[in-house]
Design a protein around this ligand. Structure first.
Ligand code: HEC
Ligand code: HEC
Length: 191
């Protein structure tokens, strides 16, 4: 049975793109135990980089343009529906821009991101909840609850948890891997 499966996988790989080979290799040392043949050609570990110019320009001016896979569609809908009072700021947009950004966010939200990291965020949010903060999702809180406040709000180079890119240098590329985390001013710290 095991041999049959292997033959099947190899055949499938030859028939498909080289991506599957790469994915199978990458999955070997991964912490995620999802079977590697599931969606092998389309699932990645982290997020796709943001490629939408409107989203990057309009939503990346005050903070980074967060990868849409960090929140479910229902959260983005709430955020986009409340831009007049966006965490105390007015972030309203022209109707066409608002519509095109909303479309991009919904098309790439956690449910559709095809990313194992996005799945983890998604699974940590109750079905009847639509958080408007990434930093309040259970997965986020669990991953960051050991970092003392003095390294975050008390750290002039970080200021707040929403400034992902200060600690995750490749956040703009969609990469949040814990091997690459460096807290400015506390480079020696390990979590
Ligand atoms: C005028 C400045 C401004 C613009 C423009 C802006 N934001 Fe924000 N946004 C903020 C502020 C301020 C916060 C709260 C940051 C904090 O608490 O550290 C925030 C927080 C967020 C958060 C939650 C971050 C967290 O804590 O997890 C999301 C998601 C977000 N914004 C999405 C958007 C989207 C989508 C757009 C574009 C439609 C946008 N923002 C445009 C100022 C802005
Ligand atoms: C003050 C620095 C800091 C900020 C700001 C920060 N993080 Fe992190 N993050 C960390 C550290 C440290 C870890 C490693 C935790 C561990 O190993 O348990 C981590 C881990 C993670 C992980 C899990 C990585 C893995 O491989 O398991 C994700 C996902 C993540 N952060 C996303 C974010 C996002 C999204 C933001 C912004 C909304 C953010 N982080 C902001 C420091 C930070």
């Amino acid at each position: 049975m095991k041999r049959l499966l292997t033959v099947f996988l190899i055949t499938g790989t030859l028939a498909g793109t080289g991506g599957a080979v790469f994915y199978a290799g990458a999955a070997a040392g991964d912490d995620d135990k999802r079977p590697f043949w599931r969606d092998a050609r389309t699932v990645s570990r982290d997020f796709k980089p943001v490629m939408n110019a409107d989203y990057q320009n309009e939503c990346g001016s005050c903070h980074m343009a967060f990868p849409p896979g960090l929140l479910p569609a229902r959260s983005w809908q709430r955020i986009m529906g409340g831009l007049a009072d966006h965490f105390g700021d007015n972030a309203e947009l022209a109707p066409e821009t608002q519509a095109s950004i909303t479309e991009y966010l919904l098309a790439n939200a956690a449910e559709r991101a095809r990313s194992r990291r996005a799945d983890k965020f998604l699974r940590s949010i109750a079905a009847n909840e639509a958080p408007i903060r990434i930093t309040e999702t259970r997965y986020f809180v669990r991953k960051h609850d050991e970092i003392p406040e003095r390294m975050v709000s008390g750290n002039p180079q970080v200021k707040g948890m929403a400034n992902c890119v200060t600690c995750h240098g490749r956040a703009e590329e969609g990469v949040f891997n814990d091997d690459e985390v460096r807290i400015p001013g506390y480079e020696w710290a390990h979590f």
